[in-house]
Design a protein. Sequence first.
Lengths: 441, 201
Amino acid sequence: MDSRPHAPENIDTDKTEENKSGSRPVDANYTAANGLLSRRHFISSSIGLGSLALLQAQPGYGSQLTEPPPSWQKPGNAFSNYGQQTDREGSPIRWISNHPVAQGDGVSWTPHHQLEGTLTPNGLHFERHHNGVPSIDENTWEIAVHGLVREARAYSIQDLLRMPMTSKQCFIECGGNSNALWRNQPIQTTAGYMHGLMSSAEWTGVKLSTLLDYVGMDTNASWVIADALDSAGVSISIPIDKALDDAMIALYQNGERVREEQGFPARLVLPGWEGITHVKWLRSLTLTNKPLLSKYETVSYTDLLATGKAERFSFEMGVKSFITNPSPGFRLESRGVYEIKGLAWTGAGKIKTVEVSADGGSTWATAALENTQAHALTRFRIPWHWEGQPAQLVSRATDENGSVQPSRDALVSSKGSNVYYHYNGMTLWGVNEDGSIRHVY
Amino acid sequence: MCTSAWSTARAILTMRILTIIVFSVFAQTGIASENLDKPLIEDTHNSSSNILGRPLSATEISALDTHIFPDGKGLPEGSGDATSGESLYKSSCASCHGSSGEGGSAIELKGDRSLLNTEYPDKGIAVYWPYAPTLFAYIQRSMPPEKPYSFSNDELYSLVAYVLHLNDLVDNATLINKQALSAINMPNRNGFTDIEAKSTW
């Protein structure tokens, strides 16, 4: 694909305004080649809406609009103590991939292609466990804070619940998310199972700096080693600057207590940083002046370059986006206007712009953005007119630091294809004339 | 005066009505009204916050000190050699890691360093692991997956000796203990570049 530098000034965004007078043909509504439209055009268009179908049986439409609905004629179902997602064919679930013997070693993906908005439902937040989910009794649980401190102390859940708290929407992305795209052939799967080791929630908890303030941190302390209670014995070293900046001991996830598979009773949340650093099921925090350099900081979660050298402490997740719909697994059923939508995020903080191309990156149009707060998931949307032509749909995000999401070619050229972690290149969806969609390079 | 008395009476009446409304709402929602007698927010910002938590005892602090660092700090007493490690490996590890560390359902334990720049290279112990004491820590805390934290220190040193031997880093009879393991200079020790933080090792 074309990976030339972006030149947004070439896109004539004024054309839509001119069309309001009716003096220009429909073509003038396009903001980039191959059917990308202005946002306004979606609403006022005379071009019909297309229909997007997941590849599964579609229920037929009956004559229900001509009859009194049955639900008017009997009382509804009972209240429920804890609501579940609507039970219907195709209800979104996490797909799981785990080790055949050590079954607690594996992942489950967030099905982003079946979700909307910018927050992940708690039951669909991705998982990466190294040896299963421990069951922790919060009534006997304590977190120990020790090492280079004035006074080593332990805090119970009741202690933490009394401390001042803060809330923040924050994505968590596994370092290995999207790693199939390092392969030299495009894999065929849905968007969620390609990029779904990334989820977002509103996390609420106690800032790590608050806890470190209580124990009186030694000025020589430069790392915090966080230990987990899981049976893989995960230990991760956090630089003290991050610990004192925006790191949080999260107790709540989207308003309810953190789920067991997300680290109950307490986990770390380190905004913008690689998933492994968001240590779940916290047991202890050890202040030291050297990192532990555990297996998870040396052998795993290091980025092997083409040179044979590996990058270590590559904490911040790069600027990234992908199109959730249309995407593989769906089919464009009819010609007309579709909303291209997707997700963008950056470890650096805020997403500034997302551009979308329908011709594989030759021309770009700017998408509308929702939820651009730092470290949140940003939703992008742009209307697109499909007339049955082949297309290559791709998105490209730029963050507040001016970092631009690279093309896959550019990323592989600079780092090689053995990195395994930190894939943040673009993802192309190839739309065929029959409306089917495939992952392409 | 008359106006003032009327105002007071009206205020009392209003409060009573409000009280009735408030209690009826609580009755409907099932909220116990006595909970409202407790303060909703307690001050945790000043020195009184020190009452939260409890000091750790010296015994607890000592027990928490389980980390094994790259220089071998934290390694326990004990020892073992590759010969003793081999039989333990066969019974506890080979079913996943292969009969001689070539990998299986679990990762390979040895590999070819010349392949580091090919697609999906082995990240074997001599190829990729920068520090030998990390082997002890990892096997201790994670292996075997069905029963982690179960090997004795002598068993752990034996297993470490065996996998080091598989990688031609020690010979069959070398006794591996805290000192010996700390002294091993792994081939890929300098294979890493620190990006966003500097290791002080």
